[in-house]
Every structure is written in structure tokens, then in C-alpha cells.
Design a protein around this ligand. Structure first.
Ligand code: ADP
Ligand code: GLC
Length: 475
């Protein structure tokens, strides 16, 4: 099958969160099982992109509301295990960050329109266009309802919802950014009086998937306003659990670690990594170490972290390390706590890929008190590195972490509350004391296989279902 992934992020080119990890790994595994899978994404001024070379394979003068944007598609020389293309529209894409600009709606509409023009120009027909999140949500609509792209109408489209909290909605006044379509189709773009690319994609994509089965069920009850739509479209929706790139995320070969380790050598390896990260952060490596890595946003329960840290450190003899950025208020509170709990708690406010790997390899436990977690990759990395996840039972966390009390390998709680998390920290500290059980649990966690091999096959079966079958009409 000839598959094209369209996404705003892709690791290591540009990463904000797990979307990048998925798009940077799934195509690699799809190519390995005999498909041709490529990725197209916007150009950004990230350090990875600035070091890269490539050739321009397509030019297009994109006109949006009378203004012409010169654009090009670059075939990037990469050794990522799949062909990578980036769309450069200098005025809109030559920026450092992936998101967060006032003109984001225009940036992503322009990106999608250039992608469509480039797809029209391709000599080899695509079998599947796989769109990720709202940034690519107009593509299924354009393919079905814009006369310009009529020739693509029969190419199946899949929408993967990585996070329905973010929908990319904007006012009807800006609908002129889209290419021409019949006025009667305007309703397909609308959701509660706004243009909503995620809603449009749910309506127009041939099939829709979420990144875990539980999240699919939850979205029908609570989807930031899209729950009714997801109930209506239920028959074309399915939940497919993400995998991890078991090559990038392998403690035996991970270049970011101070000491590599396998299941057999985990005790020494993890001890060395714990010591290194504790030295770097001024913590005491003889205490149980709890980590948090993530975006400091409401969905991750980040607003509760300052109180969780304060209460846990008052009540328990543990250390806490935090890596994240997001809400300025939460960042401020987390910074403040550093002085109060010097030597027991420390944080790096910012994004630092190296540190994240070292925390998975050095911390004893990883906290994930998420209110919303469509899949979550942190807990999968943490299992692979032998760091015990402490999670709220929601979305993908529910599907991947079972409590030790129920025969599993993690610690689970039901609510995103200070009490639930601090109680889990207490349970974890007790478990930590039983050295034999703790070590046996690390071994079992590291043996779990969450690599993309399985999920790549599941996606392939879904694509197969979508591709129109040729029938013998003589019979
Ligand atoms: P989300 O995509 O919602 O942020 P995921 O669990 O799917 O959550 O993926 C988060 C990814 O981002 C993981 O690879 C995690 O290690 C990484 N990450 C999050 N915050 C940071 C940070 N501050 N520094 C380094 N890596 C981070
Ligand atoms: C989103 C979700 C996260 C998921 C990731 C990759 O960012 O918030 O839970 O793991 O996408 O699918």
C-alpha cells in the first residue's frame, strides 16, 4: 500500500508531544512490513530542520483571499526509515515553534492546501491518506467537496484523533481561506457556529480512530463538545492503541543514558542513571525517586502538581523530579517549591529530550495524574525502562497500566486529586521497601512488548478495509 501521513509534528524533526513520536515511528514500521509510507509536514525553523538537506520537488503559488503565498515541497534527505517531505511557505512556516501563533489557522489551512496540490501532482497514486489531528482535518473535506480535488475523491482517508481537546476551531469570517466548495456543504465544516476542522474531519474522513480503545469509549461521553458527533459517527470509529519506537526507546542502546542496561543488568544500570540524574538535580539517590514529565496543562493534572509535591514531601520521605513546561502560573509555583524543598525536589522548566530519557532510566516511579490521556506514551517508555508508572485510570492509561493489586505492574488511582496521588505515592513507597518484589516488578515491566509491530499491522488491516475492492463484473 502507498500511504501518506499528514501531520503537524514528527520526531525528530519537530516535537511538542506524543503526536511527533507516533508519526516518527509508525511509518518506519509500516515500511518494514512491506508498505510504502511517507510523511508530509510543515517546515519549521527547528535545529533538526536547519541541519537538514533536501531537494525541492514541487512549487506552487497558493492564493488565499487574493494574496499569493509562494510555496515549495522539499524532499528531505533523512535516515528516518521513511520518505519525509516538508511544506515551506516562507511567510507562514519559517518559525521556530510548531504552534502558538495568532495566524495558526491560516498556517495550517495553507499547509493542507499545498499538500493537496502536491498530491494532485504525484505520478504514483496514493492508496491511503492518513491525517493526524485537527491540523490536517480539512483534507478529508477538501477531497470530497472541493471540485478542484475531484480526482482524489476515491482515495480513502483516515483521521487519527490524538487529542480531541484541541479542535482548531475559528470564526466563519475566515472560511474564505479554504478552496471553493458548494455552499450547501458549509454545514460539514461547522460545529456549533464555528468552523471546526476536527469536526469536519470526523464527518468527512472515511474512517476515524483514536489512539486507545478506552479513549474511543470516553469520547462518546466527553469530547470537549464533540461527544454527540462522535456518537453519531460511532460506526466508522475504532480505537487502536499506540506503540512505541522500541529502537529509539531502548535502554540497552539509548545514547542519552549515562549507562545502558538490559533486563539482566537493570539493577546496576538504573542505579547509575539514578545517581547521575540525582547529582545533576541535587537530590538524594538513596530515597525513592518520583518523576513527572509532560506538558504543564490541565489535561495532565498539572495544576495540582504544586500541591501534590508539597503534600507528598511533607508526609513522605521521598524525592521528586519534574520536567515540563506550559502554564506560566504552574511553572511559577513549581519554581517556588524548589527553595522550600531544596535537596528533595527539583525541576527543569522547559523541554529537554535528553533529560526525559534519563528520568525514565533513573526514577523509580513516574507520576501521570492525567484528567485526559488519549493514549500516553510516557507510561509506555517508563515500563520499557523499568520505571513504575503511577497513573490515573483514564484513556490509554487504563488500557496499558494495571495495578499491582490486580496482578499488574503499576499503581492506579481513580481521580485526578491531590489525595489520590499522595495516597498512591504512599503505596509506592511501601512497595519500594520490598526490594525483591520491586526488582521482580521491574523485570516484568521491561518484558512487556509495546513496540509498533502489532499496531502497524492493525492499521494495515484498517486501511485494507477502506480500499475499494476490485470485483469481477462478468460474474
Ligand atoms: P502528550 O502528547 O499529550 O504531550 P504523550 O505521553 O503522548 O503526551 O507524549 C509526551 C511525549 O513528550 C513523550 O515523548 C515525553 O517524553 C515528551 N515530553 C513531554 N514533556 C517533555 C519535556 N519537558 N522534555 C522532554 N520531553 C518531554
Ligand atoms: C496526544 C495525546 C497523548 C497521545 C499522543 C500520541 O498528544 O495527548 O495521550 O499519547 O497524542 O497519540
Amino acid at each position: 500500500m502507498n500511504i501518506l501521513h499528514v501531520s503537524a509534528e514528527c520526531y525528530p524533526v519537530a516535537k511538542v508531544g506524543g503526536l511527533a513520536d507516533v508519526v516518527g515511528a509508525l511509518p518506519k514500521y509500516q515500511n518494514r512490513i512491506g508498505h510504502t509510507a511517507a510523511v508530509i509536514m510543515p517546515y519549521y525553523k527547528t535545529s533538526w530542520v536547519e541541519r537538514a538537506t533536501g531537494s525541492i520537488v514541487f512549487f506552487y503559488n497558493l492564493v488565499i483571499e487574493g494574496k499569493t503565498y509562494f510555496s515549495e515541497v522539499i524532499d528531505v534527505d533523512s535516515e528516518l526509515g521513511f520518505p519525509l517531505f516538508v511544506v515551506r511557505i516562507t511567510e507562514l512556516t519559517d518559525r521556530k515553534n510548531v504552534y502558538g501563533y495568532d495566524d495558526d489557522p491560516l498556517r495550517f489551512v495553507a499547509f493542507q492546501r499545498v499538500v493537496m496540490q502536491w498530491v494532485l501532482s504525484l505520478k504514483r497514486k496514493l492508496d491511503i491518506i492518513h491525517c493526524h489531528d485537527h491540523h490536517t482535518g480539512f483534507i478529508p473535506f477538501m477531497m470530497q467537496h472541493c471540485p478542484e480535488f475531484d480526482s482524489l475523491m476515491k482515495v480513502p482517508t483516515l483521521l487519527s484523533i490524538h487529542n480531541a481537546q484541541y479542535q482548531g476551531n475559528f470564526s466563519h469570517d475566515m472560511v474564505g481561506m479554504l478552496p471553493r466548495f458548494r455552499e450547501s456543504d458549509l454545514g460539514l465544516l461547522d460545529w456549533y457556529g464555528e468552523i471546526n476542522p476536527l469536526a469536519a474531519a470526523i464527518k468527512c474522513a472515511w474512517r476515524v480512530n483514536t489512539v486507545s480503545p478506552s479513549y474511543m469509549v470516553e469520547l462518546q461521553e466527553k469530547a470537549n463538545g464533540l461527544e454527540g458527533l462522535l456518537r453519531d459517527e460511532k460506526s466508522k470509529c475504532v480505537g487502536i492503541l499506540n506503540g512505541i519506537d522500541a529502537e529509539t526507546w531502548n535502554p540497552a542502546t539509548d545514547d542519552y543514558l549515562i549507562k545502558n542496561y538490559t533486563i539482566r543488568t537493570r539493577a546496576k544500570g538504573r542505579e547509575a542513571n539514578k545517581k547521575a540524574i540525582c547529582d545533576e538535580f541535587g537530590l538524594d539517590a538513596s530515597k525513592p525517586l518520583f518523576g513527572f514529565i509532560g506538558r504543564l496543562v490541565w489535561e495532565k493534572g498539572a495544576d495540582l502538581l504544586p500541591e501534590i509535591i508539597d503534600t507528598a514531601l511533607k508526609q513522605h520521605d521521598v524525592n521528586i523530579i519534574l520536567l515540563g513546561s506550559g502554564s506560566p502560573e504552574v511553572e511559577r509555583q513549581l519554581e517556588e517549591l524548589k527553595t522550600t524543598y531544596k535537596g528533595r525536589y527539583n525541576a527543569h522548566i522547559g523541554y529537554e529530550e535528553r533529560m526525559s530519557h534519563q528520568v525514565y532510566a533513573g526514577a523509580d516511579f513516574l507520576l501521570m495524574p492525567s484528567r485526559v490521556e488519549p493514549c500516553g506514551l510516557n507510561q509506555l517508555y517508563s515500563l520499557r525502562y523499568g520505571c513504575m508508572p503511577i497513573v490515573r485510570r483514564t484513556g490509554g492509561l487504563r488500557d496499558t497500566v494495571v495495578d499491582i493489586g490486580d496482578g499488574g505492574h503499576g499503581i492506579c488511582h481513580d481521580q485526578t486529586s491531590v489525595w489520590d496521588v499522595v495516597y498512591s505515592i504512599e503505596r509506592a513507597s511501601l512497595f519500594y521497601k520490598d526490594k525483591k518484589a520491586f526488582s521482580a516488578n521491574q523485570k516484568q515491566m521491561m518484558e512487556i512488548d509495546h513496540s509498533w509491530e502489532n499496531a502497524a499491522g492493525t492499521y494495515a488491516s484498517l486501511y485494507e478495509e477502506m480500499i475499494p475492492k476490485k470485483v469481477n463484473i462478468k460474474k
